[in-house]
Design a binder for this molecule. Structure first.
Ligand SMILES: Cc1cc2nc3c(=O)[nH]c(=O)nc-3n(C[C@H](O)[C@H](O)[C@H](O)COP(=O)(O)OP(=O)(O)OC[C@H]3O[C@@H](n4cnc5c(N)ncnc54)[C@H](O)[C@@H]3O)c2cc1C
Length: 423
């Protein structure tokens, strides 16, 4: 529902761009000036889409709450690229028009400003698409991507120079400039509010060989079990970048916790965190929680550290004494990668309708399920898949393959819910 609303808003903005262009178009001379006029239309549509990107990435809570940040970032990638293609086509057409009509391009400084901004957008988009392939650190590509906040005012300088005051296109540019300014103001206000409410690390505990939990105390956050936060740690070595982590605690308890697995620069340092260190927390985000859906029976499918949203949901179910039928399939390499094992096994005893199925992919002598999660396991433990909602969280490849198998088994997409640990 919310997704349709947001997509409708995108359509309205595009229609406004089309209408603004049409109201100023000179259809009488269209046959000779169509290159110039079509290029203006492309600029209006392209710029409308590009300006929306600042909204999609600004983590506006009331927009994100309906369908999740990952989906919003997916739209950001799709609409951002479409906008960039339109702006590139605009530049090519207008330069070609000038060349064919006047024999020269005559670029003014304001044209160069537009060209510079466009080249900047192209570089940032290319880096965003290729950073993993070229081995760039996440933080480096993100810093390069942030350059778009400087490039956009350059685009505004370019369009206002060419705009005729009083025309509909002129007002469209004003609207886009106001939208951009509103996003900047929202982001600054949000940073201020987050920095004004620091949390304190009250516990650092090792959960498995390479997995640690951090517990925090501070201002109460209303969240649903399964949601995630962005966290920046303020430690002796300075302030870290913001990283997303599922809130592994349950909203039924006072403390917030996260459970990071060591995979890279930042997560390797989690164990160095000390009680008393500070953290800036931006939460909650995401829609991966059974409380968001109507269901009869729950099936949780986790891979490795993808257990964190499920431990939060199970802790909630236990603390609230909910009588729900839940089956958890959890694949790990071997027993040394298991966190929360004792707690989960205790829950199996305490909760009458909770079943835990541990699957080991590389554990010699393991008596339980072996290999990778597969549809035969679903059938042998669950029988019919009707009336069940499936929640999947794990490494991207595993999540994609489980979703594929569920669809092959005719589970309707509306009953498959997933969280990717990758934005
Ligand atoms: C919704 C969500 C929930 C998550 N929950 C958990 C959890 O409960 N436990 C857990 O161990 N991991 C979780 N992650 C993954 C965790 O965010 C990354 O493992 C961590 O940020 C890696 O940082 P690094 O510097 O140690 O590793 P790197 O080697 O620098 O990064 C590994 C990958 O993590 C991602 N990443 C790195 N830095 C950032 C950043 N600042 N912002 C966003 N993504 C980044 C990138 O995809 C990158 O390719 C979650 C991710 C998401 C999106």
């Amino acid at each position: 529902m919310k997704a349709r609303l947001v997509l409708s808003a995108v359509m309205v903005l595009l229609l406004m761009a089309l209408g603004s262009w049409a109201s100023g178009a000179d259809f009488a001379t269209f046959s000779t000036t169509y290159l110039r006029q079509v290029s203006q239309l492309l600029a209006a549509l392209g710029l409308a889409l590009v300006s929306l990107q600042f909204v999609f990435v600004s983590r506006v809570k009331f927009i994100e709450a309906g369908f999740g940040l990952d989906r919003m970032l997916g739209w950001h990638r799709f609409f951002g690229r479409t906008g960039l293609v339109l702006l590139t086509a605009h530049a090519v057409l207008i330069l070609y028009y000038r060349f064919t009509a006047f024999g020269e391009v005559y670029p003014t400084v304001f044209v160069w400003v537009g060209v510079l901004a466009l080249l900047g957008f192209m570089v940032t988009a290319a880096v965003a698409s290729l950073y993993r392939l070229i081995g760039l650190a996440y933080e480096t590509w993100r810093n390069i991507h942030l350059a778009n906040y400087i490039l956009f005012p350059l685009v505004l300088i370019h369009v206002f120079y060419h705009a005729v005051p009083g025309t509909a296109l002129f007002y469209l540019w004003i609207l886009l400039a106001v939208l951009y300014a509103a996003v900047i103001a929202y982001r600054l206000a949000r940073i201020r509010s987050i920095r004004g409410n620091p949390y304190e690390v009250v516990e650092v505990s090792q959960e498995a060989r390479d997995i640690w939990s951090l517990c925090f105390e501070g201002k109460k956050i209303d969240f649903l079990p399964g949601q995630f936060m962005f966290i920046q740690l303020l430690r002796d070595e300075g302030l870290s970048y913001a990283h997303p982590f599922t809130i592994s605690s349950s909203p039924t308890r006072g403390r917030l916790s996260i459970t990071p697995k060591q995979v890279g620069d930042f997560t390797m340092t989690i164990k160095n965190t000390r009680v008393g260190d500070k953290a800036f927390i931006d939460a909650p985000y995401g829609v991966f929680s059974f409380l968001n859906y109507r269901f009869e029976e729950l099936v949780f499918i986790a891979g490795g550290i993808g257990i964190t949203p499920f431990i939060s949901m199970l802790r909630y179910i236990r603390d609230r004494e909910l009588t729900l039928k839940v089956t958890l399939f959890w694949t790990n390499r071997n027993e040394s990668s298991l966190c929360f094992r004792e707690e989960l096994e205790q829950m199996e005893k305490e909760l009458s309708d909770f079943r835990l199925i541990l699957i080991m992919s590389d554990q010699p002598g393991w008596q339980g399920e072996k290999g990778h999660f597969n549809s035969e396991m679903l059938e042998s433990y669950l029988g019919s898949l009707d009336q069940k909602d499936f929640f999947v969280c794990g490494p991207p490849a595993m999540t994609a393959s489980v979703i594929f198998e569920l669809k092959e088994l005719q589970v309707p997409p509306s009953r498959i819910h997933s969280e990717l640990f990758q934005l």
